[in-house]
Design a protein around this ligand. Structure first.
Ligand SMILES: [Zn+2]
Length: 336
């Protein structure tokens, strides 16, 4: 498991001693216009706030291209690590798997040469899976499962019928490269987060992690009042966990469980975790599984329980987007 620190003054100061600062990146807008056939990576963000962090980290921004008739996506274009990347997000008022499938289908119809899609999203972490998952961490879907697929059998309870999805070899090879670089201490993710913060590429709200509390409550302690924030919840009901160094976030590789329902029940969450050895739950990827070659990258913003709120969304969106950038910088480009 890779441990990456980022977004903190302590980490920045240490890195300033360890290595020279990154040269200021001069992003430019291309003058010549590419065609849709020149784009070979599709990037789908569940939320506009995720796309904002992603677009901010592009090496180059490209001019927009005319769209195909009937394509309702709004695209952003640019370069990451030598790849021509086209980005889109789900409509604000239409989250979920159907919307994700529609955005992916439009993208693949308009851009014929896409090698694969990156689905960059947020989701709910499943604790007690053997992984110490905290808010702000990233889960990378080395495997995916549609956890709602099943059938009743002869009285022994529902039988899972979902078939696990594994990303294509192209993606798995790059995942290995990212992990190798992390093990060698050459991981630039902290610098990506710092770059976003120090250059003001996204608003300061994305870096509120230092002011956010990360409470995992016991399974049997429900959030008492939906109109109140968790400030009013009883911290004596928290699960006791070994504190992490405050600036560290971790990347977890494993199973992501996808379904159409937002999970807000810790018993359901833990049942999904046990049945599928899943590290997190989300609601978009089920529209892509077995339909498109893709990798899901999920920033953890809740524990999929009744204490779910939106406080961690922006930080988790940013860490997931930063991992996507790092992934593409480790992916060998192909000639267009
Ligand atoms: Zn609460």
């Amino acid at each position: 498991m890779a441990q990456w620190s980022g977004g903190g003054a302590l980490a920045r100061n240490k890195r300033a001693l360890d290595a020279p600062p990154a040269p200021e990146k001069k992003r430019r807008t291309r003058v010549e216009t590419l065609t849709r056939d020149n784009y070979n990576i599709g990037w789908v963000s569940a939320l506009p706030i995720q796309l904002a962090a992603s677009v901010a980290l592009l090496d180059d921004r490209h001019e927009p291209l005319p769209k195909l008739d009937g394509d309702s996506n709004a695209y952003f274009y640019g370069t990451i690590g030598g790849h021509n990347v086209v980005m889109a997000h789900l409509p604000n008022d239409l989250p979920g798997s159907g919307s994700a499938a529609n955005v992916a289908a439009n993208m693949c119809r308009s851009f014929k040469n896409l090698r694969f899609l990156l689905l960059v999203e947020i989701g709910g972490g499943i604790p007690r899976t053997g992984h110490d998952i905290r808010l702000g961490d990233v889960v990378v879907g080395r495997m995916m499962i549609q956890h709602e697929l099943g059938k009743e059998d002869s009285g022994d309870g529902p039988e899972d019928t979902g078939v696990p999805y594994m990303p294509p070899r192209d993606i798995k090879t790059t995942l290995s490269a990212v992990k190798v670089r992390a093990e060698m201490g050459q991981n630039p993710l902290p610098r990506l987060l710092d770059e976003l913060e120090e250059r003001g590429l996204v608003s300061n709200e994305y870096f509120d992690r230092k002011r956010l509390e990360d409470h995992l409550f016991k399974e049997d302690y429900d959030h008492p009042d939906e109109t109140q924030e968790c400030d009013k919840c009883d911290i004596a009901q928290r699960v006791q966990r070994i504190p992490r160094q405050s600036v560290n976030l971790q990347i977890h590789y494993g199973m992501i469980a996808s379904g159409s329902q937002v999970i807000k029940n810790p018993k359901v969450r833990d049942d999904i975790g046990r049945r599928h050895q899943a590290l997190c739950v989300e609601t978009e990827a089920t529209g892509l599984i077995h339909n498109f070659p893709f990798l899901a990258i999920c920033g953890i913003c809740t524990y999929a329980d009744s204490h779910k709120n939106e406080r961690w969304q922006k930080y988790a969106a940013m860490t997931a987007a930063s991992y996507g950038i790092e992934f593409l910088r480790n992916c060998q480009p192909v000639k267009n």
